[in-house]
Design a protein around this ligand. Structure first.
Ligand SMILES: Cc1cc2nc3c(=O)[nH]c(=O)nc-3n(C[C@H](O)[C@H](O)[C@H](O)COP(=O)(O)O)c2cc1C
Ligand SMILES: O=C(O)C(=O)c1ccccc1
Length: 380
């Protein structure tokens, strides 16, 4: 039986004889077969002994949805509103650097696929195409810019200015990566995509950054990027300054402690993203879903609370929203889809995923994201 014909959940835009993996585990395996082993290792692995990476996937299982029925959920509305703009699903694409490791079309392919579903694309500072190149390819589809602070802070502010000029709608400052995690797989493989130039597009097109270098030789550019990303001095005064230097909403990505969430509200931050960077930074840290309930309680609706690290299925989205998140970010799954099927792969992955979200929402007994907030979740 051809299940693709009886159920439009599967494989839109891919002919039924061409199999595109739906289960996350198969998607990961297919990506592994498709790309260079060191590149796959870089994308897939976590820091240290990968305790947190494992936890990201197992923590969701501790929470059980207790659905209710007989409520007429036929008028489903999965839309959310963030910073005055309404999006059709509670989904965004997480910032992922150096996407050329997965496919030559990299950010351009992903941003186009996201645009097709009106899902916001968050461009990484260390993207493979520049802010201006991505804008030229995607027009005014919703895009946010993820900022890595720079030791040369005028470089950071100039990138923010470029994002504003290009029509990006928010700045996501990543606070957990002022230096890189201890990544044993990459050390074993002697693999450093940053040093190979995979993430230089925004830097080599930035006048302020280039002017800060002793010369503009390729080695000097790469060394400059490395120096910029290492900024352990990052502190709350910098947040205050960033807020002064941009008109866009500022979100902090990498919040895990309720006290930091509270500080964020005190510093006028516009939103937070609970994240452990997909288990890639400090191994042994709490999973995002475990950190969520307490943080959501302390934020108490004052600013949007987003979450990533381990979102793999629609039921994960339901749990995150029921526990207090406003929306979630997808990470590795879209990177694997890009590796397997390029732009079409990402578009199809998102088409499937949004239908998983829809099915999971209604089967919980909810017709809106507000209903999901009232859902009963038990912890075992
Ligand atoms: C290959 C790769 C590169 C990443 N690059 C960035 C980045 O440039 N900036 C950033 O803030 N987060 C980066 N992240 C972290 C993601 O934004 C996100 O927090 C993480 O992937 C979530 O975990 P999950 O993919 O397992 O769901 C990266 C993640 C991966 C897998
Ligand atoms: O790999 C990452 O997770 C990441 O965020 C990063 C950031 C800067 C340089 C290299 C990697």
């Amino acid at each position: 039986m051809d299940t693709t014909k009886s159920n439009d959940v599967f494989l839109q835009n891919i002919s039924s004889d061409e199999y595109f993996p739906v289960p996350f585990e198969e998607l990961e395996e297919a990506a592994k077969q498709k790309i260079d082993a060191s590149a796959f290792g870089y994308i897939q692995s976590g820091a240290g002994g990968e305790e947190t990476l494992r936890k990201n996937n197992t923590s969701f299982s501790k929470y059980s949805i207790v659905p209710t029925f007989l409520k007429d959920v036929s008028k489903l509305d999965t839309s959310i509103t963030l910073f005055g703009r309404t999006y059709p699903y509670p989904l965004l694409l997480a910032p992922v650097g150096m996407l050329k490791l997965a496919d030559e079309a990299a950010d351009i392919a992903v941003a186009k696929a996201a645009a097709a579903h009106q899902i916001p694309f968050i461009q990484s500072t260390v993207s493979s195409y520049s802010i201006e190149e991505i804008t030229a390819a995607t027009g005014d589809s919703p895009k946010w810019f993820q900022l890595y602070w720079s030791n040369h802070r005028e470089t950071a502010f100039n990138m923010v200015k470029r994002a504003e000029k290009a029509g990006y709608e928010a700045i996501v400052l990543t606070i957990d990566t002022f230096s890189l995690g201890w990544r044993e797989t990459d050390l074993k493989n002697r693999f450093s995509p940053l040093m190979q130039g995979f993430g230089k597009a925004n830097y080599e097109t930035d006048d302020v950054f280039l002017a800060s270098l002793p010369n503009q030789q390729p080695e000097s550019v790469i060394q400059g990027i490395k120096d910029n990303i290492n900024h352990p001095s990052l502190n709350w005064d910098d947040i205050r300054e960033l807020k002064k230097r941009t008109t866009l909403p500022v979100l902090l990505k990498g919040i895990l402690h309720p006290e930091d969430a509270l500080q964020a509200t005190r510093h006028g931050v516009d939103g937070i993203i609970i994240s452990n960077h997909g288990g890639r930074q400090l191994d042994g840290v709490i999973s995002s879903i475990d950190a969520l309930p307490e943080i959501a309680a302390i934020i108490d609706g004052k600013i949007p609370v987003l979450l990533d690290s381990g979102i793999r299925r629609g039921s994960d989205v339901v749990k995150a929203i029921a526990l207090g998140a406003d929306a979630v970010l997808l990470g590795r799954p879209f990177v694997y889809s890009l590796a397997v099927g390029g732009e079409t792969g990402v578009r199809n992955y998102l088409a499937n995923f949004k239908q998983d979200v829809q099915a999971s929402t209604t089967l919980s007994g909810a017709a809106t994201m507000q209903d999901l907030r009232d859902l009963t979740i038990t912890r075992t």
